[in-house]
Design a protein around this ligand. Sequence first.
Ligand code: AMP
Length: 285
Amino acid sequence: MDEFNKIESLRTHLGQLRGDGESIAFVPTMGNLHQGHLELVRQARQLASVVVVSIYVNPTQFGEGEDFDDYPRTLQQDRNKLESVGADVLFTPSDAEIYPHGTGDRALLTRVEVPGISDQLCGSSRPGHFVGAATVVTKLLNIVQPKAALFGRKDYQQLLVIRRLVEELNLPVEVIGVPTWREQDGLAMSSRNRYLTSEEREQAPLLYQTLQWVSRQLEAGREDYIQIEQEGESRLQQAMFVVDYLSVMQPSLLPAQSGSRSLIVLAAANMGSTRLIDNCMVNLR
Ligand code: AMP
């Protein structure tokens, strides 16, 4: 695996590969890689002859008081995992490389904003998060210029934000959403799971179990969405979660409508100091 931390040297290398007729698939990450990330890399392998992975903990998508400083940074282990699944190129830029004018005053930075989709769910409780994520993904797509980029469906709202910016900014890349990779007990894999105490870890699968319970209510034909959301929330509260939201929506993230053929149930909740998110797609007859 070739590793670069400078944009210019990465571009030169990828330019040569493209000149040799290779195609590029790209997986952006913040590192501390788990099987979910590695699944994105495996799927990327099927799509292109060269797989590029980036590891960059992007400061501008973290709010004040969030876990930017504590976010797990495990570069050597990540390298080994990426080698084991056959990634070809690793990009590990510094903050100065990505933000040459610093991030001291975010209001002064050129940025990408995707209104509408970003303004609800995680966007309401994490102001500025999706601007930070959309901006860094746009930068990384411009740097790598892949034919395809892969993102997890676990971060469903983020996936929609990225699909929208790619469409509206006419970026020549195919965005691919990959299903959520889970632990055996159903907990969605996340770098943040390692913050959980053993007691919290035992409770954490109840997030997905509650989403599945809500899905079953919808499959049974219930359309009293607000009532179902409240029942789901109280199940989470009984399981020690502090709920940010549990929402039944259309897959476009517009409000759920009676008679919809498919819906998505999304939730974000804190278990202790750890924010967990998950979602579940529901197909109705
Ligand atoms: P992160 O390092 O958390 O920024 O995640 C990098 C990419 O991996 C994002 O596209 C995530 O949606 C995706 N991802 C994270 N967890 C999972 C998972 N459990 N299953 C599938 N994809 C995931």
